[in-house]
Write a protein that binds this ligand. Structure first.
Ligand code: GLN
Length: 205
């Protein structure tokens, strides 16, 4: 059965996420159709969602004004997987510590924007991630750190700060897993757990 994926496409690395989802799907023997989401009405058809990085202030403003925010909340409430990366993680969090960000409050975590400092604006780090056998080459670009993790499970830390977490059907990463050829984070978010990859209504079939 072909899965339907959505990439929130108001800003950020949309085609890179779409490619990574397709590659991860192939690696797990799953066929995926990817939709770019710029308006409401598409998310309800999606089995899995990615929310890319960019600028969290802009992304949060647009997902609310386009009516996508409520649909993303419903998606997660239905237990369907969401991968929220960098600014996407900030938007998904419960507290961005910035009044200009209207958080979705989906991920039980407080974040600090641009936590890794200016001189290290962009760097790559070999990250040990729970669930992955080998270190993951994580690209950080003006990345947030996760301040308090609430109910979240910490999957990876850098400089003693959480940079990847899982909260139910959501994986949030401070880094950009769409920017390397390594699609294991997308695999972890969408295809490792069969229950998460199968649409909620499939159970009754
Ligand atoms: N610094 C950005 C923000 O706070 C996030 C950067 C990114 O997504 N690469 O929104």
């Amino acid at each position: 059965m072909t899965l339907v994926a959505g990439v929130v496409a108001v800003q950020g690395d949309v085609t890179e996420h779409a490619d990574a989802i397709e590659r991860a799907g192939r690696a797990h023997g799953r066929e995926v159709t990817v939709h770019e989401i710029r308006e409401s009405g598409i998310v309800p058809d999606c089995d899995l969602l990615a929310m890319p990085g960019g600028e969290s202030t802009t992304i949060s403003r647009l997902v609310h004004s386009e009516g996508i925010a409520a649909e993303i909340r419903d998606h997660v409430a239905a237990g369907k997987p969401l991968l929220a990366t960098c600014a996407g993680l900030i938007v998904a969090s419960s507290d961005a510590n910035d009044d200009r960000v209207d958080e979705l409050g989906l991920l039980d975590a407080s974040v600090e924007r641009n936590a890794f400092g200016r001189q290290k604006d962009s760097f790559e780090a070999p990250l040990s991630v729970t669930g992955l056998d080998e270190p993951y080459p994580a690209v950080f670009i003006r990345a947030p750190a996760i301040d308090a993790v609430g109910e979240c499970e910490v999957l990876a830390t850098w400089d003693d700060r959480p940079v990847a977490v899982r909260d139910g059907p959501i994986i949030g990463t401070a880094f950009h897993p769409e920017l390397t050829p390594d699609s294991r984070i997308h695999g972890l978010a969408f295809f490792e757990n069969d229950d998460a990859a199968v649409p909620a209504d499939a159970e009754s079939r």
